[in-house]
Design a protein around this ligand. Structure first.
Ligand code: 5RP
Length: 250
């Protein structure tokens, strides 16, 4: 189901046009309304999730939330949370997460996601697979008709013979006009993930078909660690757009 909510206090009054970052913040603040004292919280990664982590810290500072344990989904979010004084733990100590809040690169009508264009997909998927409730926060530019529609589908691979894995991935999706490219940093060196792996980004010209079949095929390839398709994981998606906030529930 889907419910329309009026724009709230977090949204500035006129002028009507909000920046993309303001929309991200509105979605993030709305998600944090679902946080309760005593929760084990998955802390997402990226420019949208950053606003949620800031907001959680602010509520902790003001005593409006207490007894929170954060599980960060990346080294970057770990640093942010430490700097803000949020108490942290990990999945070894807290294997069950109450609520995770994170951004996404694409959201399809069934609430399947593409994540990992920021490079943190493995820890995100581990933590977001262990959560009871997973709220995804996006501005409306992230909504797509099908997964893989707007850009890279990231795949985390081991560095050993990455080119072999890249070529196998490209071949696997030949029917969808796939181009597989090793992600590189600004200096032209391979981008290295928090887990010391590489990322191969898949770009599709056509629909990849059944997502579960595609997901299983990628995961069966030796050399692949994880991919950025998050199927049937989001329980709620909060979308902030110029006309207000929409909450979509699975
Ligand atoms: C990082 C992610 C991010 O959630 C995704 O890239 C969205 O980022 P942003 O909120 O900055 O648009 O999956 O691995």
């Amino acid at each position: 189901g889907s419910e329309k909510l009026a724009m709230e206090a977090a949204a500035p009054s006129p002028p009507v046009f909000l920046t993309q970052d303001e929309l991200k913040k509105i979605a993030a603040y709305k998600a944090v309304e679902f946080v309760q004292s005593g929760m084990v919280l998955g802390l997402g990664t990226g420019s949208t999730a950053k606003h949620a982590v800031d907001r959680i810290a602010e509520l902790l500072r003001h005593g409006k939330l207490t007894n929170i344990v954060g599980i960060p989904t990346s080294k970057k979010t770990h640093q942010q949370a430490v700097s803000l004084g949020i108490p942290l733990s990990d999945l070894d100590s807290h294997p069950v997460v109450d609520l995770a809040i994170d951004g996404a690169d694409e959201v399809d009508p069934d609430l399947n996601l593409v994540k990992g264009r920021g490079g943190s997909l493995l820890r995100e998927k581990m933590i977001e697979s262990a959560t009871k409730k997973f709220i995804v926060i996006v501005d409306e530019t992230k909504l797509v008709s099908r997964v893989g529609a707007t850009g890279a589908m990231p795949v985390e691979v081991v560095p050993f013979c990455w080119k072999f894995t890249q070529d196998r991935l490209q071949g696997m999706f030949g029917y969808a006009g796939c181009a597989a490219k090793l992600r590189r940093d600004a200096g032209g060196e391979p981008f290295v993930t928090d887990n010391k792996n590489y990322i191969v980004d898949l770009f599709f010209e056509k629909d990849i078909g059944d997502l579960k079949v595609a997901s299983d095929a990628i995961l069966r390839l030796a050399g692949v660690v994880e991919h950025g398709m998050f199927l049937d994981m989001a329980t709620t998606v909060i979308v902030a757009g110029e006309l207000g906030v929409t909450i979509k529930n699975k």
